[in-house]
Ligand binder design. Sequence first.
Ligand code: ADP
Ligand code: MG
Length: 272
Amino acid sequence: MTADLTINNLHVTVEGQEILKGLNLEMNKGEVHAIMGPNGSGKSTLANTLMGHPAYHVTEGEVWFKGQNILTLAPDARSRLGLFLAFQYPSTIPGVSVSNFLRTALNARYQQPGPADSGNGQGEGKGLSMRDFRDMLKSRMAMLKMDPGFARRYLNDGFSGGEKKRVEILQMAMLQPEIAILDETDSGLDIDALRIVSEGVNQLMSPNLGVLVITHYQRILDYIKPNRVHILLNGRIVLSSGPELALELEERGYDWVKEQFGQSALGPGTAA
Ligand code: ADP
Ligand code: MG
């Protein structure tokens, strides 16, 4: 277990069907990894499983982060530990403003001591003052080129696809996770919004942040440069390589991957 995040032989079923079939992945903070794969290959299943979504049942495997198998932790404990997911389909919460939502999320992340937290409400364990929160929100919104009035609107209520994705990244900027998973953050973004959102992510990059970019298309990787690119097919990582792999997928599509790895992805002993 040398990598900061280690996914080991992960098997996940959804509604009784096995979707992830022994997925392995290692990544470190300070790195950007991309997971690319055809639709239905299990990309969102991986993201949702990492965050502890109750519909996804882990039948085998471990996910190690900070010396713990996080699969034993509740979603809020995973968030406090420093994991974050930007959803492919962010939900709408009418009646709760963006600002209130973010303040609640921040307090939940930093105020409540977790079971493994020795803090007693001092230092980092204490939530931000209202003034500090407002200052931070203002600067992060400016970074993402968001209109300040946006903070008062109800969360995702009537937001365009691009606005929803921007709020997801704003949430990431506020929560300051150590591992951030971006599930198709590029989908629904026009080219300007994609550039702004990507620049926001790039500004957040630090030796203390690892980003897992999940995407079907290569174009977001023009802006958020990956160190490693992994191909997910039939519930397994079938190929890992450098950034040039994304360009190859863009050029050649996924058919060659299916041809080359389709059988092996079904597992040993299943080849015709
Ligand atoms: P991707 O994100 O790579 O397009 P998903 O992980 O969303 O793929 O889906 C993989 C498979 O799992 C699909 O066949 C999908 O229908 C199924 N699946 C994923 N989530 C659910 C769910 N919540 N309920 C039922 N089926 C699901
Ligand atoms: Mg998906």
